[in-house]
Design a protein around this ligand. Structure first.
Ligand code: SIN
Ligand code: FE2
Length: 217
């Protein structure tokens, strides 16, 4: 497919796509800080490279991930859990970059969640054809805090479901610079990512990067 065709569909920066009573996509909110996010990401990945984790069932996850912040989300045969150290290196995860924390606070506030202070950031790297199956984010201690999800690079179709796995799923395109926020009554909505279509982005090449910022501890 032609990436430009997809890019033409990108909503105007500043637009809001409501997903629920307390969930919204803030279009292009990250665009004014992409350079800082990208530089910080390179520094994080130099210390804690992307890696393929195992699901509790023992399958290799198709989307490699890394983390920054005081806590990092991990998956292994032992289950899902947040931990303060990188299991590959034994060292603490890289600190949460200022640019990430500032954007998360700004996005959460714009979505109605003032004072959001994330302590964990999961970074997923999506290559062409990779996907994330429907799931809830429920490994955090307190569901009173929202999730802030930043998209960079090639577009994706975000799968936005309901409170139950079998509920209808909406397909919402997410573009470079978009920030989705969900919390409150929408905090435990099922969500995922459809297989990434082949495309190229000037910043990320053929990849999509997603950061989800959470208050986990
Ligand atoms: C996630 O659910 O952890 C990531 C969502 C996304 O990549 O947009
Ligand atoms: Fe998630």
């Amino acid at each position: 497919m032609t990436p430009d065709l997809f890019a033409d569909d990108a909503p105007l920066a500043g637009a809001r796509t409501p997903l629920g009573a307390q969930a919204v996509v803030l279009r292009g909110l990250a665009l004014d800080t992409v350079d800082a996010l990208w530089a910080a990401l390179q520094a994080v990945v130099a210390q804690a490279p992307f890696r393929h984790m195992l699901t509790p069932g023992g399958q290799t996850m198709s989307v490699p991930l890394t983390n920054c912040g005081a806590l990092g989300w991990t998956s292994s045969r032992a289950g899902y859990r947040y931990r303060a150290d990188d299991p590959d290196s034994g060292r603490p995860w890289p600190a949460l970059p200022e640019a990430f924390a500032r954007l998360a606070e700004r996005a959460a506030a714009a979505a109605g969640f003032a004072g959001f202070a994330p302590d964990a950031c999961l970074i997923n790297h999506y290559a062409t054809g990779t996907r994330l199956t429907l799931h809830q984010d429920r490994n955090e201690r307190d569901f009173g805090h929202p999730i802030v999800s930043v998209s960079l690079g090639v577009p994706a179709l975000f799968l936005w479901g309901g409170a139950r796995r079998a509920d209808p799923v909406r397909r919402v395109p997410l573009f470079h610079g978009d920030v989705a926020v969900w919390g409150g009554v929408d905090r435990l909505r099922f969500h995922g990512v459809a297989p990434i279509r082949a495309a190229t982005h000037p910043l990320t090449g053929q990849a999509r990067l997603n950061f989800t910022l959470r208050r986990a501890g």
